[in-house]
Design a protein around this ligand. Structure first.
Ligand code: NBG
Length: 842
C-alpha cells in the first residue's frame, strides 16, 4: 500500500460540528470542556484545568478516527499485530496528537487568542513513564509507526499506577520519588470495564481421565484477579488511522471477595482486594536486570493472560475459529517479559478450549515471534522453579511437556549429545533449578530477532548459539528505529521548518528523503541557518539547565551529551575520566587553547544499583569542582540534568553537538538515543557497538568519531587475562586521574567515598574502561580539533541528519511486516455522522 496515496485520502469531514478540525471549533470545544468536563471558570481554573480542557477537545477530534478504525478492522476482519510489552514509554500525548492530526499551529493560535500560553499548557501533562528506557521507548515508537503505516495493531501492556520513579539530585546523589502520573486524571484513556477478564494465580491442578479416555486438567487457583482494560488511541501521522494501546489494570473480582467476606472475614477480604490491586501498582525500576521477584512474575503473567484472552474474545466476536488464531494475530514478544504467553496460549487452547495438543502447538508456534534486547547474561530472565510452581502450577506442567517433546527432537538431531540437551533445555538444572524464559520464547516462536546487526550476530554465535544451530531460519535481524514525528517534528520544530522549507514535507513519512539535504551541506547560507537553529535549541536548553541545575552554561560551547540509563556497561564513568583528564590539562597549562565544552549528563540509576548511583555522585562531584574553579575560566562545565525522561529528551537531543555512545563493544544491543541525536544533527563519538556500527556505515567513517576495542578484541583481551592495574601503571595520565578520584578530590577530601568504584576499576574493570581510555582521550582530541573548524563541523552535522533515513522506526516496522508479521496495511475510511445514524437505524 502506497502511504502517499493513503495520505491523499485523509478526510477532514468531522463526525459532528463539535469535532471540526479548525481553530474556531477548537476554541469552542476547549471552552465547552472547561465548563462541562472540568466544571471550572477562568477565575478558578488552574493551568492543569486548561491543559485538560484542551486535551479533551483534542480527544473529541481523534475519537472519530478511533471509531472509524475499529469499524474498518472489524468489517475487514483484518490481520492484526499484537505487540506484547511490559513497558510502553509513551511520553506526553497532547503535542504528538496535535501534530499527527495536523492541527498543532491551529491549537497554538486558538490558545493564544484566548490569552493562554500554549507551551505552558503542554508542559502541564504528566508523561506516562511506563517504561525504564530503550526497550519501553522502542515499543512506543513502534506503535506510532504501525499507525502511520496503517497496520492494524494493538499494543498490550500494564497500566502501572506508578511509572518509573521521578529522580531528583540532592547533595549530588540520586533521590527517588514515586511517579503519581494519574494524580489529575488521564484524559487520553477510556476505561473498558465491559471487557474485563479474570486471571487465575497460585493453587494446584487436578488431572482426570474422562470417560472417552481423554485426559483433562483443571487448575484450581488460590487467587483470582480481574484485569480491566484502559484504551489509549494511537494516531497515525496525518491519516485516518487510530490504533489502540490497551493497558491492563488489576482489580479484585467482587465474587471472590464475597467468599471471604461471607466467612466473616471482612478484614481479610479487604486485604485480598488490596493485594490484587498491587499487581499493576508499580513498574519495576530495573532495566537489563531481573530480580526473581514473585510480584514481577505475577505482573508478567497477568498482562499476558489478559491480552490473550482479549484476542480470543475478539476472534469469537468475529466468529473466527481458534484454529485460525495465528492467521488473525501476529503476536510479538518484546523481550522475555511476556514469554509466558507461549505456555498461556497452550493452556487456553488445550485446557479451556479443548484443542488437541499438537494442533495447539502448531497454532502457538505460528503465532509468536520473539525479539531479544540484551546480551547481558545477568539480564536473561529465569525463574526459580519453586517460585514458578507456586504462582503458575499449571504452566509449569505445560512447560515440562513442551520441554519433553522439544528435547526428544534435540536428541534425535544430536544423538548422544547430552551436554547440548542440557544447554538447550527450558529448565536450567546446573544448580538450583530455573525456568529459562528466553528458551521458552525461542521454542514457542517461529521468528527470533536481534535489534542491530552486531547484536543479531552475537545472538547467533553466542547467547542463542544452540538455537541458531538448530533452527537457523528462525533468526533474522531487525535494526531498531525511532519515530521522526516525536523526535524531530515535535522535539525540533525549528529544524523541521528549515528541512520542510528546503525539501518539502514528505520526509516526515519517508525519512530516506532527508538525503535531499546532502547537496545543501555545501551551501554556506544553509549551513548558517542550520547553525542558527542549533544555537537557538542550545539556548533553550541552557535556560533549562540554569533553572534545574543552577549552572550557567554558554550556548556557544560544544554541548557534549550523554543521556541514557546509568550503567557500568554504558560507561558514563569513562566520560567522567576524560573530563578529569581535560581538567588536569587546564590546570597544568592555564593558557591552553581549548574549545569550551559543556558536558551534559542525564539518566536514572536503578534504585538498588549502588555502583550506578555512585557514578552519578562522581559526575556531580566533578561538576562541583570544575564549575567553580576560576582557573578553568568557563572552558569546562559539567552538569547532571535530573530526571531524564521522554519530555526532557525532547529538549536535549535537538540541542546536542556531540552524542556519547561509548559502551564496551559487544554490550549495547542497539541503542536508540544514538539515532535521535543523529537525526537532530549531533555527531557521534562511539565504539563499534550496537547500532553505532550501522550509523557509521551510513554517515561514512569521516563523519563519525570512532574509538576503542572491537568486540573480538574485547573477547581476546578477556581470554588472555585482562589486568587493568597494568594499564593504570603504564599510563601516567590515567594514573593521575584515578589517583585524584581515589584521594577524595571530588568528594571534599573523603577518600573512602569512591573507593568501591576505583577498586572495581583497578582490579576488575569488567567493562574495559582502562583498555579504552587512551583511545577515547585521543578521539576526543580529534573531536575538539574538528569543532574549531565551524564550517566543517556544520557540514558533518548536516550529513549526519541527511543520512539518518535508515533509523526511522517506519523502516523497522516495514522490515518486521515483510519478514515476520505479513500484516497488510488497511487504510481507514472515516465514518461520518451519516454512517453512525444509519447504523443506529438498522
Ligand atoms: C535495551 C538495549 C538497548 C536497545 C533497547 C531497544 C533492554 C533490556 N534492552 O541497546 O539495552 O536499544 O533495548 O531494543 O532494555
Amino acid at each position: 500500500m502506497d502511504t502517499r496515496a493513503a495520505a491523499a485520502a485523509v478526510d477532514h469531514r468531522p463526525l459532528s460540528e463539535r469535532a471540526a478540525l479548525n481553530k474556531e471549533a477548537l476554541k469552542q470545544s476547549f471552552l465547552d470542556n472547561l465548563f462541562h468536563t472540568q466544571g471550572k471558570f477562568p477565575a478558578l481554573a488552574s493551568k492543569s484545568d486548561y491543559y485538560l480542557a484542551l486535551a479533551y477537545a483534542v480527544r473529541e477530534r481523534l475519537l472519530q478516527r478511533w471509531i472509524s478504525t475499529a469499524a474498518e478492522y472489524m468489517q475487514k476482519g483484518a490481520r492484526t499485530v499484537s505487540y506484547l510489552s511490559a513497558e510502553f514509554l509513551m511520553g506526553p500525548h497532547l503535542g504528538n496528537n496535535l501534530i499527527n492530526l495536523g492541527i498543532y499551529d491551529e491549537a497554538k493560535q486558538a490558545m493564544t487568542e484566548l490569552g493562554l500560553n500554549f507551551d505552558e499548557l503542554l508542559a502541564q501533562e504528566e508523561e506516562p513513564g511506563l517504561g525504564n528506557g530503550g526497550l519501553g521507548r522502542l515499543a512506543a515508537c513502534f506503535i506510532d509507526s504501525m499507525a502511520t503505516l496503517e497496520i492494524p495493531s494493538l499494543g498490550y501492556g500494564i497500566r502501572y499506577e506508578f511509572g518509573i520513579f521521578h529522580q531528583s539530585i540532592v547533595d549530588g546523589w540520586q533521590v527517588e520519588k514515586t511517579d503519581k502520573w494519574l494524580r489529575y486524571g488521564n484524559p487520553w484513556e477510556l476505561q473498558r470495564p465491559e471487557w474485563a477478564v479474570q486471571v487465575k494465580l497460585g493453587g494446584y491442578t487436578e488431572h482426570r481421565s474422562e470417560e472417552d479416555g481423554t485426559l483433562t486438567v483443571r487448575w484450581i487457583p488460590s487467587r483470582l484477579v480481574s484485569g480491566v482494560p484502559y484504551d489509549t488511541p494511537i494516531l497515525g501521522y496525518r491519516n485516518n488511522t487510530a490504533n489502540t494501546l490497551r493497558l491492563w489494570s488489576a482489580q479484585a473480582p467482587e465474587s471472590f471477595d464475597f467468599e471471604v467476606f461471607n466467612r466473616g472475614d471482612y478484614y481479610g477480604a479487604v486485604m485480598q482486594k488490596m493485594s490484587s490491586e498491587n499487581l499493576s501498582k508499580v513498574l519495576y525500576p530495573n532495566d537489563e536486570h531481573e530480580g526473581g521477584k514473585e510480584l514481577r512474575l505475577e505482573q508478567q503473567y497477568f498482562f499476558v493472560s489478559c491480552s490473550l484472552q482479549d484476542m480470543i474474545r475478539i476472534m469469537q466476536g468475529q466468529r473466527l475459529p481458534l484454529e485460525h488464531f495465528h492467521e488473525k494475530f501476529a503476536v510479538q514478544l518484546n523481550d522475555t517479559h511476556p514469554a509466558i504467553a507461549v505456555a498461556e496460549l497452550m493452556r487456553l487452547l488445550v485446557d479451556e478450549h479443548k484443542m488437541p495438543w499438537n494442533r495447539a502447538w502448531q497454532v502457538t508456534c505460528k503465532t509468536f515471534a520473539y525479539t531479544n534486547h540484551t546480551l547481558m547474561p545477568e539480564a536473561l530472565e529465569r525463574w526459580p522453579l519453586p517460585l514458578f510452581k507456586k504462582v503458575l502450577p499449571r504452566h509449569l506442567e505445560i512447560i515440562f511437556e513442551i520441554n519433553a517433546r522439544f528435547l526428544d527432537e534435540v536428541r534425535r538431531r544430536y544423538p548422544g549429545d547430552s551436554a547440548r540437551v542440557a544447554r538447550l533445555s527450558l529448565i536450567d538444572e546446573s544448580g538450583p533449578r530455573y525456568v529459562r524464559m528466553a528458551h521458552l520464547a525461542c521454542v514457542g516462536s517461529h521468528a527470533i530477532n536481534g535489534v542491530a546487526e552486531l547484536h543479531t550476530e552475537l545472538l547467533k554465535s553466542d547467547v542463542l548459539r544452540d538455537f541458531y544451530e538448530l533452527w537457523p531460519n528462525k533468526f533474522s535481524n531487525k535494526t531498531n528505529g525511532v519515530t521522526p514525528r516525536r523526535w524531530m517534528v515535535l522535539a525540533n520544530p525549528r529544524l523541521t521548518r528549515l528541512v520542510s522549507d528546503s525539501i518539502g514535507e514528505d520526509w516526515i513519512k519517508h525519512l530516506d528523503q532527508l538525503q535531499k539535504l546532502e547537496p545543501l551541506a555545501e551551501s554556506a547560507d544553509f549551513r548558517s541557518h542550520w547553525r542558527e537553529i542549533k544555537r537557538a535549541n542550545k539556548r533553550a536548553l541552557a535556560e533549562v539547565i540554569a533553572r534545574r541545575c543552577n549552572v550557567a552554561v554558554d550556548p556557544d560551547s560544544m554541548f557534549d551529551v550523554q543521556v541514557k540509563r546509568i550503567h557500568e556497561y554504558k560507561r558514563q564513568h569513562l566520560a567522567a575520566l576524560h573530563i578529569i583528564a581535560l581538567y588536569l590539562q587546564l590546570k597544568a597549562q592555564p593558557n591552553l587553547e581549548l574549545a569550551p565544552r559543556t558536558f551534559i549528563f542525564g539518566g536514572k540509576a536503578a534504585p538498588g544499583y549502588r555502583m550506578a548511583k555512585l557514578m552519578i555522585k562522581l559526575i556531580t562531584g566533578i561538576g562541583d569542582v570544575v564549575n567553580r574553579d576560576p582557573m578553568v575560566r568557563d572552558r569546562l562545565k559539567v552538569v547532571f540534568l535530573p530526571n531524564f525522561s521522554v519530555t526532557n529528551g525532547q529538549r536535549i537531543y535537538p540541542a546536542a553537538d556531540l552524542s556519547e555512545q561509548i559502551s564496551t563493544a559487544g554490550k549495547e544491543a542497539s541503542g536508540t538515543g544514538n539515532m535521535k541525536f543523529q537525526m537532530n544533527g549531533a555527531l557521534t563519538i562511539g565504539t563499534m557497538d550496537g547500532a553505532n556500527i550501522e550509523i557509521r556505515e551510513v554517515v561514512g567513517a569521516d563523519n563519525f568519531f570512532l574509538f576503542g576495542l572491537t568486540t573480538p578484541q574485547v573477547y581476546a583481551l578477556q581470554a588472555q587475562g585482562y589486568r587493568p592495574h597494568d594499564w593504570y601503571e603504564q599510563d601516567p595520565q590515567l594514573r593521575e586521574v584515578i589517583d585524584m578520584i581515589r584521594d577524595g578530590y571530588f568528594s571534599r577530601g573523603d577518600a573512602s567515598l569512591f573507593r568501591p568504584l576505583v577498586d572495581s576499576l583497578l582490579w576488575h574493570d569488567p567493562y574495559f574502561l582502562f583498555a579504552d581510555f587512551r583511545s577515547y582521550v585521543e578521539c576526543q582530541q580529534r573531536v575538539g580539533e574538528t569543532w574549531v573548524d565551524t564550517e566543517r563541523w556544520t557540514r558533518m552535522s548536516i550529513l549526519n541528519s541527511a543520512r539518518s533515513g535508515k533509523f526511522s522506526s517506519d523502516r523497522s516496522i516495514r522490515d518486521y511486516t515483510k519478514d515476520i508479521w505479513h500484516a497488510p496495511s488497511v487504510p481507514v475510511e472515516l465514518l461520518t455522522e451519516h454512517h453512525v445514524r444509519a447504523g443506529l437505524m438498522q
